[in-house]
Write a protein that binds this ligand. Structure first.
Ligand code: IPE
Ligand code: IPE
Ligand code: MG
Length: 255
């Protein structure tokens, strides 16, 4: 029961930022003898449920990997279908986002998106920009290597124009040039469908994230599965390079 699991979550120790690689739509559809797009279509129901679940829990940031830079190389009918689904979903859901005080953000190479999708997205970004609840970050036409390349180029331009001193560049500078500059690093990264890889997602930002992998295909992923991942996260010891003993003695000192 979802409620039983929900009661096991320590609401004082929630991850501030959850990032999800929503994988397995194609296989889910194929297993049902359907076209891959059927899987993407049903994946939207999971998005709705997980966004709602995060908003209810009071999670600050949810980043969803919806389409990677590499996904542009998929067959044209799948790419076109995904773009149409994206626009259609945003159009339908924007009022629900507003009702739930959810602010939409997009990270990725927006220039690659078809114009009609860019316009629809911009409208949704504008319409939700005043909301103060959950920050929903859609990674669209996103890849970490694209993001890092982009950051390096812009740092180089600003050095050339004398806006920054190369000697002063530190980790904070890098952070500011990333597409995620306004968001804290994810603390929990979930990947569905039994694949154990990062696939070019937030390589820099996931440095100390807890990774959670599940065999559940994305179209089957629901709030209960999210709660299981959060409970698993809460049972882990995050050491950040220190020893377990150091953490317990620090806790003893601060308690
Ligand atoms: C994830 O599901 C959605 C996108 C990448 C757009 P997939 O389409 O990758 O599904 P599988 O991995 O082929 O099953
Ligand atoms: C990662 O999934 C991208 C998204 C979920 C949007 P892929 O299905 O594209 O990744 P690979 O190809 O299995 O690594
Ligand atoms: Mg996949």
């Amino acid at each position: 029961m979802p409620e039983d699991l929900l009661s096991k979550i320590d609401t004082s120790k929630l991850p501030h930022h959850i990032a999800i690689i929503m994988d397995g739509n194609g296989r889910w559809a194929r297993e049902k003898g359907q076209d891959r797009l059927y899987g993407h279509f049903h994946g939207v129901e999971s998005v709705r449920d997980i966004v709602e679940g995060c908003a209810e829990l009071g999670i600050g940031y949810l980043t969803l990997y919806a389409f990677s830079t590499e996904n542009w190389d998929r067959p044209k009918n799948e790419v076109d279908g995904l773009m149409e689904l994206l626009v259609d979903t945003i159009r339908k859901e924007v009022s629900i986002l507003n009702k739930n005080n959810i602010k939409l953000h997009v990270i990725g190479d927006k220039d690659m998106l078809p114009e009609y999708a860019r316009n629809e997205l911009q409208e949704a970004l504008d319409m939700t920009s005043q909301n103060t609840g959950l920050n929903l970050v859609m990674a669209l036409s996103y890849s970490s290597r694209w993001e890092l390349l982009n950051a390096v180029k812009h740092i180089a331009i600003d050095v050339k124009e004398g806006k920054i001193d190369p000697e002063q560049i530190d980790q904070n500078t890098i952070q500011q040039y990333l597409a995620t500059s306004n968001f804290p690093d994810p603390e929990l990264m979930i990947r569905t469908s039994g694949e154990y890889r990062i696939s070019n997602f937030l390589l820099y930002q996931l440095a100390y994230a807890e990774l959670y992998f599940t065999n559940t295909r994305w179209p089957d992923f629901r709030k209960v599965n999210l709660y299981e991942a959060i409970i698993d996260f809460q049972n882990r010891e995050r050491r950040f390079g220190k020893t377990g003993d150091q953490l317990t003695s620090n806790a003893a000192l601060t308690s």
